[in-house]
Design a protein around this ligand. Sequence first.
Ligand SMILES: [Zn+2]
Length: 395
Amino acid sequence: MPAKIRLPLIFVAIFWWGASHGAWAEIVAHDIRIGIHQDKTRFVLDLSAPVRFQIFALADPYRIVMDLPDIQWEVPPAAARRDGGLIAGLRYGQYQPGNARVVLDLKGPGIVVNSFIVPASDGQGPRVVLDIRKVSRQAFMKTLRAPPKQAVRPAAPPRRPKPKRQPTHKPLVMIDPGHGGVDPGAIGISGVFEKRVTLRMGRQIRKAITAMGRQRARLTRTRDTFIPLRQRVAMARAAGADLFISIHADSIANRNVRGGGIYTLSENASDKESAALAAKENRADLIAGLNLKGHDDEVTSILIVLTQRETMNYSAQFATELVPHLRKLIHMRRKPHRFAGFVVLKAPDVPSVLIELGYLSNRRDERMLTNPRSHAAIAAAIARAVNSYFAAQKS
Ligand SMILES: [Zn+2]
């Protein structure tokens, strides 16, 4: 691990144009392009108006992050898959309110040697241009600056899980639509983003639970916005949630693989696939351009809390309840309940499960996951499982 280097960012570029153009939210991004030149890789963002932007770099893996004001993303679906030259992949979307972000994954150390805005001309709108040049690791590390302070709340002392409630108190279910904003999650065979599927599904589940009237339901996000994994956990704990359900849909190179699965927390993954999946989902913060250094200890200390074991048992009970309900609607994997170290399941005192609804890389699963009618049916099944879980706690 390289030593933390705190040097002023050499290539921060701040442009303040377009203040006269009115609300930032009205700025539309039309396309993202990558140009490969002999000595540089050029990144171009086509916009409807000039914007203020800021660039910084992150190491391990090498990334370049561009922060922008609110942007309406109307780029073609293929833009999310563009790469070339020094750029191995990219993501874009809202990072936090008032702040859009583009994250470029680099194939190796590279720095922005030039960044500028080309004003609109000849019927073409303005565009942001970044020229990236390959450098040594040493030169790259010199451009790093301390990341902006993340709003990670200190961990509250754990409570004992309390599924046995007064009859007047309706249990609270926190539903967590996976990914969001700058982190699209998996990308489907027809270009659908996991973050959209999970949000629509999450809303439906909230609706179904509320309609049943026996529990309350809340969402960790109601919009297309990025929320760090630990903050999702913190939200459930702060709200005093009695159950946490994270919603996801995976994607895999083999397009024949399909089926849903339910995961609960364990330090030891039940199999290699589950471990790989957890590692993939846990990358969400990294994908959004968050610097994760210094967070691991907190998680480790949360993990060893004694209440965790009891919480894990409750989580497993809910998973067991879910399987038969979901199996009626979703093609489930052969071993439907598995274990792995998902960060989002690490609340020591809130029973938590993560549902992978299926594979967006499989045509049949994708069709099911983008169909509003199956959303409603799956949501109703989850609501019934939630209800039987809490009913079992009372008896
Ligand atoms: Zn996911």
